[in-house]
Structures are given as C-alpha cells and as structure tokens.
Ligand binder design. Structure first.
Ligand SMILES: *Cc1c(COP(=O)(O)O)cnc(C)c1O
Ligand SMILES: [Zn+2]
Length: 417
C-alpha cells in the first residue's frame, strides 16, 4: 500500500490555502487557517482544459469537473446532476428598462430549484471522500432543500438547520426528503453559530462549515456556464445576489480562471452586488467606503439572502471595487416589483432573491451606476414557487364571476378599459 491510496486525487486541486496569509494545508475537512484563522480556499496546480473537452462533457455542471475539487469521474455518479441551466436573452425586460442587452441566468431550473444544488454537489463529493455518513448544513432555506435532496439520492443521512420563520415553501420542500430538519427560533446567524458548535462536537460533514472550501468552488460553475453559453466570451457586467457573498466572488473567480486557461479572451467586466435593504451589510459598507462589514439583524422578505454577518462580505467588496462595479440594495416593495417585472416581461418566476437582483439592476440604471449600453447578465438564483407568500397579496384573479357569459363580458370590459 502506498500513501497515494489514502489521498485519492482531486484532479488539479492540491491543497487548501489561506486567503489571508497563503499558508497551505491538506485537502481535509478544515475551513480556518491554523496560522491566522483566515478562510481556506482550494488551490489548484496549473492545468490544461480545452473548449472541445468541456463541450464534449455532460450537460450539467460536471462538464467543468477538471476545474473543481473532485476526483475524476464525479460526473458518472448517480447524483442529481445540477447545472447547465438556461441563459435566457431578456429583450422584453431590456426594452422596458431602456437597456441594450440583458440576459437572465436562470438557476431555478436546478433539481431543487435554486443554485444551491451546485455547491452541495461539490461538498457532498468531498463529504463522501472524507468518510462522513451524515451531511449537514446551516441554511437560510435553499441550502437545506439541496442538502436534504442530494443526501437522499446519495443514500446518506442529512441533518439540516434553518431559522423557524422560513417560508412554508422551503420547509415543506426540505422535509419531504425525509432527513432531520431542525427549525431554530433565531435568525440565520444564530443558526450558523450553533452549527459551528455542533460541527466541532459531531463527526458530520457540514457543507458550509467544515466542507465550506469545497462547497464554495461549486459556485464557479455559474460563471463558467455564463461564459460558455455566451459563446465563450465574458459579458460587460454581472449582477449577483449577495447573502454570504460567496457566489459573487466565485463568479469573478470563474471568469479569471477561464481567462487564465485561454478559454475566453481577457476583457474588462464589472461585478455588481444586490441586497435587500432589510439585510444590506455589504451594500452599506460599499456606500460608506468601509473594508469592514458591520453585522445587522435581518428583516426582509428576501429570506434566502438574510445573512446579517456575511463571511465573504469583505471579499465581495474587493471584487466589486476591483472591477468597477457597485453593491446596492432595494426595499421589500421593490423586491416584489422586481419579481413581477421579470415575470411579466420574460415569463420567468423568480424567488425573492431574483426580485432583489432585477430591482437592484433597475436602481443601478436609474442612479447611473451601470451603463444601459452594457451587456448585462442577471443571476436568478431561485424559483418563485418557493416564496409564493411574497407575491400572493398582489397576485390574485383579475376578477371572479359566476359561470355566466354576460357576467364575463361586463367584467372583462371593465377590467381592460
Ligand atoms: C444562498 C443563496 C444566494 C447567495 O449565496 P451566497 O451566500 O452569497 O453565496 C443567492 N440566492 C439564493 C436563492 C440563495 O439561496
Ligand atoms: Zn492564514
């Protein structure tokens, strides 16, 4: 037996590396640097991947397997196969907003209807490699959903933790998979704190605690797909929702990796962040010109983005500032308008996070912070069916009548006058 057998290859990934001091450690279940407590990120050896190899791959996020911390062949496992969701050209929305070219990257098409299936897929591969029989997470809703489903499919146990005030649509769609669903009377930041404590006492793979470096890499596939689906090129701008800030930073990382690999031409692009005003610590820091993020107590209908103390907030600020973007926030009323605007113009029903993105894009245009001539990609990260409560009060039948023709004519004339 050689030591090689105990450390199966993770493709080009060779270590976990501290984002602050650069110290490296083995590819195990750790997330904080032993030297400085900085967050760890997966480090890769230089690798060669061609467009042709990727195009010949599976129609899922596993087509980018060579650029993820997974053993070769991960795609052949009978997982849920998230990704390669639609990139929809949104000409009606663009016309309504007076913008030139707008695309919607629609991640509601994933197996559990949010982009979280991507991060879970990579974390689960590593949880299995590291021998965990139970997969867990601290979640604002969608992550719990994705973990419960993926664990069911993989034949693993799941224990997921959520704030008890979540939307019914997220509780039910998680509980149905049969794992343990723990609702906690507290906000996400309370849930997260408790999970860190549980993680250090239990031999469980917490996808966004001890498996977080792997989890985070899954978000790169959103950026990879955008570039490939645009015909192997980068857009002028991306608007990303911000909860912990991880997705935003990983879309930027994906673009830079594609440039480094020679898969797309290098060009300037701007990354914009979107938050709900009721939980906008990163937008507030951006506006104030601060590097440090002051935690807030979330109070917004955009519960999937309700992280008051965002772990990757400072890195999201770095990306936005480096690329000449901005981070803005919108009120809950604007979030609902954003959902309805996208639905009415493009036939896409986004969850509240998507409403945040559309409304923030509109605001950035109005404030002159984004060029209406820019080709923009809006990230819709979840499905509106999970957050029906947000639009229910303003989305009701146009009119209700008896089954009478005269009644119909009278009401229809009145309603369309
Ligand atoms: C988790 C989530 C996000 C943002 O995630 P980050 O923590 O910033 O990576 C965005 N949209 C939806 C719908 C989510 O569930
Ligand atoms: Zn360090």
């Amino acid at each position: 037996m050689t030591a090689q057998l105990d450390t199966p290859s993770l493709g080009a990934a060779y270590a976990l590396k501290c984002r602050e001091c650069g110290a490296t450690t083995a590819l195990d279940a750790s997330y904080a640097c032993m030297e400085c407590f900085g967050p760890l990120e997966v480090a890769y050896d230089a690798t060669v991947v061609t467009r042709e190899q990727i195009e010949a791959g599976p129609v899922s996020m596993w087509r980018y397997e060579a650029l993820l911390p997974v053993a070769p062949g991960a795609h052949s496992r009978a997982g849920l196969r998230p990704g390669f969701t639609k990139l929809v050209r949104a000409d009606n929305l663009a016309a309504e907003l007076g913008a030139r070219v707008v695309w919607v990257k629609d991640d509601s098409g994933n197996p559990t209807h949010s982009f979280k299936d991507r991060v879970v897929a990579v974390a689960l591969e590593n949880g299995r490699r590291l021998g965990y029989g139970t997969i867990a997470c601290a979640s604002t809703g969608n992550l719990a959903n994705a973990v419960a489903a993926a664990a069911a499919r993989a034949g693993l146990k799941s224990v997921v933790f959520v704030p008890s005030n979540l939307e019914a649509g997220k509780i039910i769609t998680t509980a149905v998979y049969g794992g343990t669903l723990v609702a906690i009377d507290g906000n996400y930041d309370d849930v997260n704190r408790l999970c860190s404590e549980i993680a250090s006492n239990r031999d469980w793979g917490f996808v966004n605690v001890n498996l977080r470096p792997y989890y985070a890499e899954g978000s790169k596939t959103v950026g990879f797909e955008v570039a490939e689906q645009l015909g192997w090129r980068l857009p002028d701008a991306v608007v990303s929702p911000v909860a912990s800030g991880s997705l935003l930073t990983k879309v930027d990382k994906a673009f830079r990796e594609f440039v480094d690999l020679g898969l797309v031409e290098s060009r300037p692009y701007q990354v914009f962040g979107a938050q709900a005003t009721g939980c906008s610590p990163v937008a507030q820091a951006f506006r104030a010109g601060h590097d440090v993020i002051r935690p807030v107590k979330p109070d917004t209908i955009a519960k999937s983005l309700a992280i008051g103390n965002p772990a990757d907030g400072p890195y999201a600020l770095d990306v936005v500032r480096r690329t000449g973007g901005a981070i803005a926030d919108v009120s809950d009323d604007e979030v609902v308008e954003g959902i309805k605007l996208l639905a009415r113009t493009e036939g896409i029903f986004a969850e509240t996070a998507g409403g945040v993105v559309v409304a923030t894009y509109r605001k950035l245009l109005a404030e002159g912070l984004i060029d209406p001539g820019a080709e923009v990609v809006l990230l819709n990260t979840g499905d509106g069916l999970k957050t029906l409560d947000a639009v229910a009060p303003t989305s009701q039948p146009t009119f209700t009548i008896s089954p009478s023709y005269d009644d119909f004519e009278t009401h229809y004339a009145g309603a369309t006058a």
